[in-house]
Design a protein around this ligand. Structure first.
Ligand code: MLT
Length: 268
């Protein structure tokens, strides 16, 4: 399905009719299909599940050239909720870049959120070295007109060491990355490099929050999740065994146990 928001066509799926409404926000450079192991389970507990492709990714249009900022993504999500007639505050579930978007959304539209799930993400901004690396990959993606430079630099660090090349999560993640355009990789990296430090946002988050992290997460290690959980007044931290950065794909059973139990409490 597509919706016209903020001058572009945004692709999304919208299943179930219940309450609360869960908004599932994907990581970089991925798309909404990363939430396939969660959507059915959430729907079967009577939750309405909305999963968009963020601007530039999946089947969504990218809009004007330039960095894909967390603020723009947050505004697109609120515009999508408006188009879909969702006025009740949502349960925001974001993994990695999805979490960065969640922090921006809280700063700009806090009234739209009733609970947060921050999975495999960090509140801090990039170090100077990490920023340089992103800009280098952005240039390479443009030069070769391919997402491959992002795949080469990211994929080896994304999954738990026990998952071999060719395992299902590895194939799914590789496929999503390979399906991203060079432009989405380049402008996505520039938007990520420009994101602000969200550490000072944590203490302002006044809704129940679940923080999830894979025990082997390398890009956003468990210590980063601990900082998020300690900084948000009403937060709980769950560590997922046998999982790295893509904890929802690597150990969906454990991820869903934590997610569904939390969403059940958000009903009350
Ligand atoms: C992601 O999974 O969204 C990325 O690892 C985020 C990042 O590059 O910081």
């Amino acid at each position: 399905m597509f919706a016209d928001v903020n001058g572009i066509r945004l692709a999304y799926s919208d299943t179930g009719t219940g309450s609360p409404v869960a908004l599932l926000v994907h990581g970089f450079p991925l798309n909404r299909s990363m939430w396939d192991p969660q959507r059915g389970s959430l729907r079967s507990m009577g939750v309405r599940v909305i999963a968009p492709d963020l601007r530039g990714f999946g089947a969504s249009e990218s809009g004007p050239p330039g960095p894909l900022t967390m603020e723009q993504h947050a505004d697109d999500l609120v515009a999508l909720l408006d188009v879909l007639g969702v006025s009740e505050p949502i349960v925001f579930v974001g993994l990695s870049m999805g979490g960065y978007v969640g922090f921006a959304l809280w700063r700009r539209h806090p009234e739209r959120v009733r609970a947060f799930v921050f999975a495999d993400t960090r509140a801090s901004a990039d170090t100077a070295t990490a920023r340089e690396d992103r800009l280098r990959i952005a240039r390479l993606a443009e030069e070769f007109d391919s997402p491959q430079p992002a795949i080469d630099s990211m994929l080896p660090r994304l999954l738990s060491p026990h998952l071999r090349a060719g395992s299902l999560p590895e194939r799914l993640v590789r496929g999503m990355m390979a399906g991203s355009s060079a432009q989405a990789v380049a402008n996505g990296q520039r938007g990520l490099a420009a994101r602000v430090d969200s550490s000072s946002t944590l203490s302002t988050i006044a809704v129940p929050t679940l923080v999830i992290v894979g025990e082997h997460d390398v890009p956003t290690p468990p210590d980063e999740s601990r900082l998020i959980a300690e900084g948000i007044p009403n937060a709980r931290l769950v560590t997922i065994d046998q999982a790295g950065h893509m904890s929802n794909l690597e150990n969906p059973e454990a991820f869903n146990d934590a997610l569904l139990a939390f969403v059940e409490t958000a009903r009350e």
